[in-house]
Ligand binder design. Sequence first.
Ligand SMILES: [Zn+2]
Length: 402
Amino acid sequence: MGGFSYQSLMHLGGVVVITHADIVDLGRLSTERWPLISLYLRIDKERIDEDYAIRLKNLLRDAADTLGDRFDHEQTEAILADLERIREFFQDSGDRYGRGVALFSSSRAGIWRVYEIPRDIESQISIGFEAQIAPLIRLLEQLDACCTCIVSRDRARIFYGVTAEISEIGEILDEVPGQHEQGGWAQARYERHIEEHVRAHFKRVADRLFQLWNERPYRFLILGGPEEVVQSFLDHLHPYVRDRYIGAIHLLMVANINEVRQESNAVLARWRQTETQRLIETLRDEALSGDRGVVGIDKTIMALQQGQVLTLLVDESLHVPGAVCSRCHSVQPETNATGTECVFCRGELVHVEDVLPSITTMAFRQDAAVIYPKVPELQAQLRDLGRIGAVLRFNIPSEPVA
Ligand SMILES: [Zn+2]
């Protein structure tokens, strides 16, 4: 039997790859006295026509230039020191990152966190008293763990990682007597003997997948191999693992890593499309019956305010100017946010160009799934529903509370 060891995928060369749990944690990160810088930088070494160092230099300069009188003298000094620390960090260590970086810094408050993130990020910087996690919420689906297993009657190769980045982590090789080898036994008995070996092999592979699931839970399982092999192997999986199964790829044992990634991602994309279609239909039905769904920005914000959102569906190009309460974080679209006081807590309203980052952060913090349809056809369906909507946890009152 082949060796089976897990490479550390989460800490490659001292670089910490961000996880869903990190984002939950960052969502709770806040400071009182000392401002917190949230920086996102696309490095993307696959594109040689761009230089992240220039992007970084511009971001840091713009951040320093636009501080104005938002902060007092000591706070401003602390921010400028952190901007310099960030510049030095990338000068020394930037080359260790190949995709994107999320960095959170408030040195005076003892905060310094750096993560490798997917390359699909818009470079930006913001300074406040909470970590800006909205850009990470858009990347969440790329962070789901996925396991792909190519299986045959005597071998298995196991791949694991976050979506689009799976790597091979183990191989299982079992001895199964050859199909054409003739023993002294009667043919039927000999074939039964072979089938017992195959079942034992399937059992061993299924146990490994369950062990992996226990150690590093994966959201998706994809199987590869001849169809009849995949079908009989499925019966050996633990029910928890079986529940993760979303489809098969038709690759043979000799497939290279790029083929495995490409085929796995195609299965994932199909699964997401079907799932998003189902959610949009649920949203439409529930919003029409007025029961467990709301569409449009105002009703969606109200549902969030009441902590009722189970799934938030957002058009990724939607931007809505408005205001956010600096005390209770409630969000108010421009049309409602005429005053300077929060209608809920009388805290100070801060006017912003776009309330969507606050909306998605609110949804994420109340444990809602945040979905951005990726396929044009689905995006069009969501636009017809007001570009934003939510499937709710329970019924909303039929009369709005005055
Ligand atoms: Zn408030």
